[in-house]
Design a protein around this ligand. Sequence first.
Ligand code: IVH
Length: 669
Amino acid sequence: MTGDVKKRIEQLRRAIREHDHLYYVLSQPSISDRQYDALFAELKALEQANPYFITPDSPTQRVAGRPIEGFTTVRHAIAMLSIDNTYNAAELRAFDERVAKLLGSRDYDYVIELKIDGLAISLRYENGILRTAATRGNGEVGDDVTANVRTIKAVPLVLMDNGDIPAVVEVRGEVYMPTSAFIELNKLRTEAGESAFANPRNAAAGSLKLLDARITATRNLSFFAYATGELSEPLAPNHYESLQRFKKLGLPVNPHIVKAKNIDEAIKICDGWNEKRLELDYQIDGMVLKINRFDQRGILGATGRAPRWCISYKFAAEQAETVVESIDVQVGKSGILTPVANLTPVLLAGTTVKRASLHNFDQLKRLDVRYGDTVVIEKAGEIIPQVVQVKIELRPHDTEPFEIPTQCPTCGFDVAKDEEGVYIRCLNPNCPGQLKERLRYFAGRGQMDIEHLGPALIDQLIENGFVKNFADLYNLREDQLAGLERMAEKSAANVIQAIKESKTRPLWRLIAALGIRHIGGQSAQILADHFGTLEALMAAKEEELAVIDQIGPTMAQSICEYFSDPENRSVIDQLIKAGVKPEPPETRRSTKLAGKTFVVTGTLENFTRQQAEQAIRQAGAKASSSVSKKTDFVLAGENAGSKLDKAQKLGVEIITEEQFMEMIGERSE
Ligand code: IVH
C-alpha cells in the first residue's frame, strides 16, 4: 500500500515537473490549467496524508512556509564578473580588432544574445538538485536568495536527468519580471495605495529581496540561463553547445540567441533588435556579444572586472527634450498631492507625451523643475514617461523654484507630510478634490463600473452640490441631470439607469469602491469571500482581520480605521437605505445544498476526490465516505464500484459530474 502511494507520488512529481517545463520553459503547455491543478492537488493531498514522503525537491515545496529574518551570504566559487559596455558600431569594431589581435587570427564565432534587464543570479545544482541561488552582490560574495528563487517556476528544482549530469553544475542567468506582470503589479499596488515600482528591473530586484518568499511567489518572476559558473565536468567545448545542453537539462534559454560569423553580421543582428525589442514581453537594454569557443576565451582572459571575450552593446534609452508649460498639483483620492508636469507635446518611443508625473515633491525639488524649463523625458522601462533631467543651460532668466504647497490646491485646507515622509496630504476630509477622485474611483471599471458616469459629469455633480458622498449618487433625479451642460434627456436617463444597475454589483466591488487605503480589487475579493456580507466585515476586529491570508496588519489597521469613522459609517448606512444591495460571494449563495450529504465515488474528469469534497463543503453541504439511507446524493464518476451499487439498492439519487457542477454553480470554462 505505502509502496503504491510512494510510486504515485513520484509519478505525479514527474508529471508536474514535465508540465512545468512545457509551460514555463518552452511555453508549450499540453494540458489545461484545470488538469494541471488536479495533478497538483492530488500530490498535495497524498503528501499531506504521508508527510514522511515529502522531499524539498517536490513541486509542492517551492514556496517556503514563513518569512526569514535576513539573508545570509554566499561566496561564489567563480567570481561573477560584469561586462564592458559599448554604445555604437565603431566601438564594437574596436572590440573585434582587439580580439583578433590577441587571438592572432580571425577564426572565431560570436554568440549574440539579448541583454535581459533584470538581475544576475547564480544557481548551484548538486547531483541535479538545486542547492543554492545567490545574487551577484559584489561579484565575489552575494546574498543567498534560494527560498525566493525556488518560487520561480521557470527555474527547475531538479535538472532533467539523461543520466549524464555532472555532480556540480552552476548556472548563471537573469531573473526578470515580464513587462505584462510589471504593469499588472503596479496597477494593483497603486490601487491599494502603495508606491509603484519605477521599472521591471527594480520590481524584480525588490521581489527577490523580500524576506517572505510567499510574496515573491505571487510576483510572476521568470528566468533565462546564459552562462556557467563552477562545473565538475565541462558541459561542452563552446558556449553555443553549452546552451543546448542547458535546454536538455530543462533550463530556460532565450529563444533569440544566434551565432554570427563576424562582427558585421553581429552588428546587423544587434541593430535589428533596437526596434524589435518592443515586441518582447520583457525589457532588454542592449545586446551581448560573446566569443563562442571556450579555449579562445581562455586565451583572451579577463581584466579585473570584466572578461575580454564578451562585450555589451547598449541601446540608448529613448529620450526626448521638451518644455514644461506648467506644473499641476493633483489631489488623489486619499488626499496625496502629486505634482504633474504639463509638457509641450513630443513624440517618444511611439506615443505623444503631454504630461509626465514628477512622483512627489522630494523628486521635484531634487530635479528643481521650473516653469519654462527644457527637460529630458524618458520612458522608464519604455513604459511610463518621466522627467529625468533639467537642461539648466536652457533655463529662461526669470524663473523661480516651484513652491511646495502648504495648502491644498482645491480646498485651501492645510496639508501635512506623511508618516513615511515622502507624500504631502490634504487634511480636509471634505475636500472636493479628493471627493472627485473618490467618486471617479467608486464609479470606475474595476469597482462599481457605472457606465456613462465619467469624470466631467462627476465634476459637475460636485460643483452643483448634487453629490457630497457616494450615497448621493443613488438619490440623483433625472431632472437634476437634465439641467447640466451637455446632458440631453436621453443621456440623463442612461446615467440614472446605469447607477441603478450598480446597486447589485458583487460585494467585493463595493468593498473595493469604498477606496479604503491599501485595499485594492484583489484584497476586496479576499475580504468578500471571507466575510460574505458588508456587515460582517464592518464588525470584524483588527486581530481577526490581520490573520486572514494575504491581508496582514497594515490592511487590517486601515480597514478598522475606515469603519470606525462615523462619517464613513453614515455614508454606508445611506448607501444601504438608497437600495444598494451587493450580491454576496458565490460560494455563500447556494444555501440550497445546506445540510445535504454527498458521497463521491469513481474517477471524475474535472476534480480530484479532494477537490470535489472541498467544493461540496464550500457549498455548505457535507461530504461523507460511505453510502447510507441518510445520503442525499452519490456523485458517480468513471469506474464507480460498490458505492454505486449500494446507492442503487437504497434508492439514493445518483448524479453525474455535470449535474454536480450545475448544483454547486461551477462555471464550465
Ligand atoms: S553574460 C561575464 N549574458 O548584464 C559575463 N549577462 O552588465 C557574464 N545580462 O551582470 C554575464 N543579459 O546581469 C550575460 N545574455 C546575457 C545577459 C547578461 C543580461 C546582465 C547580467 C550581468 C550584466 C552586466
